[in-house]
Design a binder for this molecule. Structure first.
Ligand code: ASP
Length: 269
């Protein structure tokens, strides 16, 4: 749990990504964050949606899991819970950076923009400059400890210029994240409206259960996403025995992993 949370906190604090600082803004120019966290030992879950002025929503999601009797808290209720636990609040400008104010302004006047199209755009300079493309995305992590316990989490600012109050796949268990010590762990990214419809995180683990082939499981889940709902996205998967796989049908997905015995993490774009 600590390793998964720590990895996600690093990425939330890195403004490269659409999570924590550097998140996309909603149509009102505000940052609304979603995060979900799960422990494969006992299927414990915590998630938050539409939270503002919190630097690390993944920490709040974990707190929901460990310190409340609920699985999902939204908006003001989540913020009040954060306040009660002593989470520090921050200003909009601690989360929203000039790059995203600029994107928000450009998209306000872009009548043909759609969230789906932004996931189909690549990471070329031209696409990123055009405001429709994206430099980077939602962040997630799956970790397995020496005792066979799996933790999975995902954190996001959502999609650019989303409607205020819009919640995507990320804080929904089985869609943006899943962990079960007996089945494995997953974290997903991509067009949330499509991911939510096929429960992508849980679906990949269902294929793993059926085939015992991590690579096939991620490919089969992404195929369903594409075929059934014209979806776009990616999934990382860790099997209970440590085998790992990922797959995506977007132009890019950045992935890294580190296992015992490796001197440096393996990274791929
Ligand atoms: N899945 C996220 C959402 O729709 C966005 C992303 O993964 O980039 O909120």
């Amino acid at each position: 749990l600590d390793a998964a949370e720590a990895a996600i906190v690093v990425m939330e604090n890195d403004e490269t990504f659409d999570a924590g600082r550097g998140s996309f803004l909603n149509a009102d120019g505000q940052v609304e964050l979603d995060a979900g966290f799960m422990c494969g030992d006992g299927l414990r879950v915590g998630a938050v949606a539409g939270v503002q002025f919190i630097r690390n929503p993944i920490r709040l999601a974990r707190a929901v899991m460990e310190q409340s009797e609920h699985v999902l808290l939204v908006a003001q209720g989540a913020q009040r819970f954060a306040h009660k636990l002593g989470f520090e609040t921050c200003d909009l400008t601690d989360l929203a950076i000039p790059r995203e104010f600029e994107r928000w302004q450009k998209l306000l006047y872009d009548r043909t923009y759609s969230a789906r199209a932004s996931f189909a755009a690549g990471w070329g300079d031209e696409q990123v400059r055009s405001a429709r493309g994206r430099g980077a995305d939602t962040v997630g992590c799956v970790a397995l400890d020496a005792e066979g316990h799996i933790a999975a989490g995902t954190s996001t600012g959502g999609t650019p210029n989303k409607m205020p109050g819009r919640v995507g796949d990320v804080p929904m268990v089985g869609c943006g994240f899943y962990a079960d010590d007996a089945l494995g762990g997953t974290s997903t990214t991509g067009w949330g409206e499509s991911i939510a419809k096929v429960l992508l995180a849980r679906l990949a683990l269902q294929f793993l259960e059926q085939t015992d082939d991590p690579d096939h499981a991620t490919r089969a889940a992404i195929a369903v996403l594409g075929e059934k709902v014209n979806g776009l996205g990616g999934v990382i998967l860790l099997a209970p025995d440590g085998r790992l796989a990922w797959h995506y049908n977007t132009p890019h997905m950045a992935v890294a992993y580190h296992t015992a015995g490796m001197e440096a993490p393996h990274t791929s774009l």
